[in-house]
Design a protein around this ligand. Sequence first.
Ligand SMILES: *[C@@H]1O[C@H](CO)[C@@H](O)[C@H](O)[C@H]1NC(C)=O
Ligand SMILES: *[C@@H]1O[C@H](CO)[C@@H](O)[C@H](O)[C@H]1NC(C)=O
Length: 114
Amino acid sequence: METLLQALVGILGLQAAWVSSQVLLQSPLSLSIQEGENLTINCNSSQSLYALHWYRQNYDGEFIFLMLFRKGGEEKSHEKLTAKLDAKMQQSSLSITAAQPSHSGTYFCGGEAQ
Ligand SMILES: *[C@@H]1O[C@H](CO)[C@@H](O)[C@H](O)[C@H]1NC(C)=O
Ligand SMILES: *[C@@H]1O[C@H](CO)[C@@H](O)[C@H](O)[C@H]1NC(C)=O
């Protein structure tokens, strides 16, 4: 796994990272938002997946597991995070409502391909 990290500015920094399992493309790679704003990050796969995970790495380095999808067409919520996976199991989005400083970190999606 490779990560691309960028410098952050702002009250709440959010970094999305590149997950190089060859198939996953995340966007945006880095963004900075204000506390209370909403945001969405995307993760696309070039092939159909049989599982997709979202994680956050906090600034202290700790990895937090957020969501796991094993079926397409689902939507799951966890605290103020909502993630979706499309029916073809190729596109996922993670949305944060009213972002808080505790949401800062690097977000990763990970996929398991068939
Ligand atoms: C993911 O797919 C959607 C729909 O095809 C597209 O709008 C979006 O730009 C893609 N994102 C990336 C990072 O490729
Ligand atoms: C964020 O999303 C919530 C729920 O969809 C909405 O009520 C709120 O107005 C949005 N906030 C902003 C700043 O767009």
